[in-house]
Design a protein around this ligand. Sequence first.
Ligand SMILES: NC(=O)C1=CN([C@@H]2O[C@H](COP(=O)(O)OP(=O)(O)OC[C@H]3O[C@@H](n4cnc5c(N)ncnc54)[C@H](OP(=O)(O)O)[C@@H]3O)[C@@H](O)[C@H]2O)C=CC1
Ligand SMILES: CC1=C(/C=C/C(C)=C/C=C/C(C)=C/C=O)C(C)(C)CCC1
Length: 274
Amino acid sequence: PQIRKMLSSGVCTSTVQLPGKVVVVTGANTGIGKETAKELAQRGARVYLACRDVQKGEFVAKEIQTMTGNQQVLVRKLDLSDTKSIRAFAKGFLAEEKHLHILINNAGVMMCPYSKTADGFEMHIGVNHLGHFLLTHLLLEKLKESAPSRIVNVSSLAHLLGRIHFHNLQGEKFYNAGLAYCHSKLANILFTQELARRLKGSGVTTYSVHPGTVQSELIRHSSFMRWMWWLFSFFIKTPQQGAQTSLHCALTEGLEILSGNHFRIEILPMDSLS
Ligand SMILES: NC(=O)C1=CN([C@@H]2O[C@H](COP(=O)(O)OP(=O)(O)OC[C@H]3O[C@@H](n4cnc5c(N)ncnc54)[C@H](OP(=O)(O)O)[C@@H]3O)[C@@H](O)[C@H]2O)C=CC1
Ligand SMILES: CC1=C(/C=C/C(C)=C/C=C/C(C)=C/C=O)C(C)(C)CCC1
């Protein structure tokens, strides 16, 4: 019980409310993204659920509206494995919204069989990093106009095993599904660090996070991971607990000075690792 308590102890303690604020959460129809979106809606923000499956998104939007009483929970189509879809999402969003205060780049795939995005990128690097890279770039002016604003990139402890193999970025020479995930999660952290450097003085800050080991649909492609999750289920966080690090980075006042840092809660108390 002590270990269980330690592994799920970090909680976002910010009391910040978000009336009038606009938020986009990618992959918000399930898992950590859904719980992140729910809490931001609870605090009064207008929340866009950016989902590749609009039907699943609408179902969750209704659930969040009912639970929070916030009707400003909207679903928009976003498939991060297709740059056309990313551009269409951004175009629609920029046309309908004057502001964007918080962008949570949360969606992700893990250990999927070798496949490519519509534009020919290996699926992990394409969805987890390049898709969010393009999305962020397309929304950046709006974030600057809305400053102070924040970008949270959901990475993973798995980045520790990641390497950027420039000679094999698309996994064509060799491919390992687990390592491909790790590489893409390292890319999330490197992106965050460089983005923070480039955005210095703009009022837009950015953070990467490891949410902890969380019960979600992320393990859908790997029976080994499903077995691991089942075996260690006692130690695994709920999605609501997993959302806490993203929420901390999106909400906590005075975090601007730590722009570019990587945050995690697991064993250690809520901390930032530079
Ligand atoms: N669970 C864990 O233990 C950990 C998770 N993370 C990270 O947390 C984030 C959230 O994962 P988690 O909630 O666990 O996993 P889930 O699989 O439950 O959620 C992932 C979300 O990403 C969406 N998604 C996947 N591919 C695309 C795409 N091409 N375009 C748009 N959306 C897409 C999924 O949509 P759909 O439902 O339609 O498939 C889903 O909404 C990920 O970035 C993951 O890497 C990091 C460390 C540990
Ligand atoms: C061994 C072990 C664990 C396994 C952790 C693993 C396997 C984490 C994998 C994380 C991933 C894949 C993150 C995705 O981004 C637990 C459950 C902490 C409990 C204590 C013992």
